[in-house]
Write a protein that binds this ligand. Structure first.
Ligand code: AMP
Length: 464
């Protein structure tokens, strides 16, 4: 769970990365960082917390240059510490390199073990650094070739940007688990996890990177290479359910539209005898709207979210009390009192939030609470970049839907079916990764890398 942004050949490169990261803040709130290259030196600024916590005018003024990458991080691999904040920057015999990565490499631990046993010293515990070590081990005159040889050895999910002294490179894994788009700001090539970053910068979106595609940007020139034959697509459908911003276009589909379809389908699959539909903000908003439109039940803002909880929020000590979910959400008694409520949230992970929210809605006077989830039960952990707990903490891995209903104390509970959600996606059913619902992992965890020969880079096309 991370957001990445990059821009090539623009005199305001770092500033644009900073604004791009603002639009991608929802993809990671643990740390943020921007790296720039001014033709002679790298400049980097990283810190824990939100983009607003890390940068100010002074730090941004320091980030000179015409090439830049930025990152917002939510750790799925490695600890949440400043050493793991990205961009990761190293000096190699090929010159300075910086990398930002969204995804999760499933064989990073074994590669790291091998490299460490051969003498490598890692600066971080994040899986991303493995790619830089593999590059440093396989120096080539051509940096693109070095990256492609490194990528031939890693498996799993990666949408990444690599900054060097000669170019900016974007790469997407052959299954395309995570999104990555390219566009242009004032004619200069730029890359982002989601289109909402392009909207903010008034960048023109050109296209999504292909599966296994590597794009090299130098000035206004862009060249495309192919890692190897694209493999079966495995786009993460949880991006559409929860992770991406609703105003973004992800995998060729507008996220808000996908969520509306999921909510409408849920209303058909699991109707409820109720008076109103209430979203859990913000994650349940569009699915609840879809449910409301399809069912004809009014859509009401029965829960209000506090948007101002930042890094500095101090958890109250037990001596005061556990405010729990109330710090983030509060119920609107006037709307809920005596009413039968359909409550819509995108997913149930551990079940703790849902339980607290149902209780809050009941305490505000609701007569009945019918929980509806516009995705199938989350039964399996994600190995490809979404932060999910181990199976023993996933409530649906260990309990039936009826047991979960009892646990969260709802009058009824229903999830959208797997067929239902695949029907709401705009691509063929087998082009999505559904491992968190089905346990069908497209890339095995911990398996070895590929032969380097298999991956010798092939120049595919050139455009300006
Ligand atoms: P819980 O069931 O208490 O674990 O939390 C469910 C809530 O967490 C829902 O409101 C979801 O929007 C949200 N959620 C779902 N997936 C994730 C995730 N990977 N990381 C953080 N929050 C999530």
């Amino acid at each position: 769970m991370c957001g990445i942004f990059g821009i090539e050949g623009h005199e305001e490169a770092a500033n644009l990365s900073y604004y791009g990261l603002y639009a991608l803040q929802h993809r990671g709130q643990e740390s943020a960082g921007v790296l720039s290259w001014d033709g002679g030196r790298l400049h980097v600024e990283r810190g824990m917390g939100h983009v607003r916590d890390v940068f100010d005018e002074t730090t941004l003024a320091r980030l000179r240059g015409f090439r830049s990458v930025g990152h917002t991080r939510y750790s799925t691999s490695g600890n949440s510490v400043i050493a793991n904040a990205q961009p990761v920057v190293v000096k190699t015999c090929m010159g300075p390199l910086g990398i930002v990565h969204n995804g999760n490499l499933v064989n990073a631990a074994e590669i790291r073990e091998r490299l460490e046993s051969e003498g490598s010293i890692f600066q971080t515990t994040s899986d991303t650094e493995v790619i830089l070590h593999l590059m440093a081990r396989n120096p080539r005159r051509n940096i693109v070739e070095s990256l492609m040889v490194a990528l031939s050895q890693v498996r799993g999910a990666y949408s990444l940007l690599l900054l060097s002294d000669s170019c900016l490179i974007a790469a997407r894994d052959p299954h395309g688990f995570r999104p990555l788009l390219m566009g242009r700001v004032q004619g200069k090539p730029c890359f982002a996890s989601e289109s909402c970053a392009f909207d903010l910068l008034e960048a023109k979106e050109e296209r999504e990177l292909g599966l296994g595609e590597v794009v090299v940007a130098r000035g206004e020139e862009v060249e495309s290479y192919q890692l190897r034959e694209a493999e079966d697509p495995a786009r993460c459908l949880f991006e559409q359910v929860y992770f991406a911003r609703p105003d973004s276009n992800v995998f060729g589909d507008v996220v808000s539209e996908a969520r509306l379809r999921m909510g409408a389908r849920l209303a058909r699959e699991a109707p409820a005898d109720a008076d109103m539909v209430v979203p859990v903000p913000d994650s349940g908003l569009f699915a609840a709207l879809g449910y409301s439109r399809e069912s004809g039940l009014p859509f009401e803002f029965g829960l209000i979210r506090n948007h101002y909880i930042g890094r500095t929020f101090i958890q109250p000590k037990q001596s005061i009390r556990d405010f729990g979910v109330k710090v983030k959400l509060n119920a609107v008694r006037g709307l809920l009192e005596g009413r039968r409520v359909v409550l819509v949230d995108d997913s149930i992970v551990r079940g703790t939030t849902s339980r607290k929210i149902v209780r809050m809605v009941r305490e505000a006077g609701a007569a009945e609470v019918h929980m509806r989830i516009p995705s199938p039960p989350t039964r399996w952990p994600c190995h490809y970049g979404i932060d999910t707990p181990d199976r023993d903490e996933l409530i649906a891995a260990n309990q039936t839907v009826e047991e979960i209903r009892q646990h969260i104390d709802a009058d009824s509970l229903d999830y959208l079916s797997l067929d239902g959600i695949l029907n709401c996606a705009n691509g063929p059913a087998d082009s999505y990764c559904t491992a968190c619902w089905t346990g069908e992992y497209r890339v095995g965890v911990g398996s070895g890398g590929r032969d380097q020969e298999e991956m010798f880079p092939i120049r595919m096309e050139s455009e300006d």
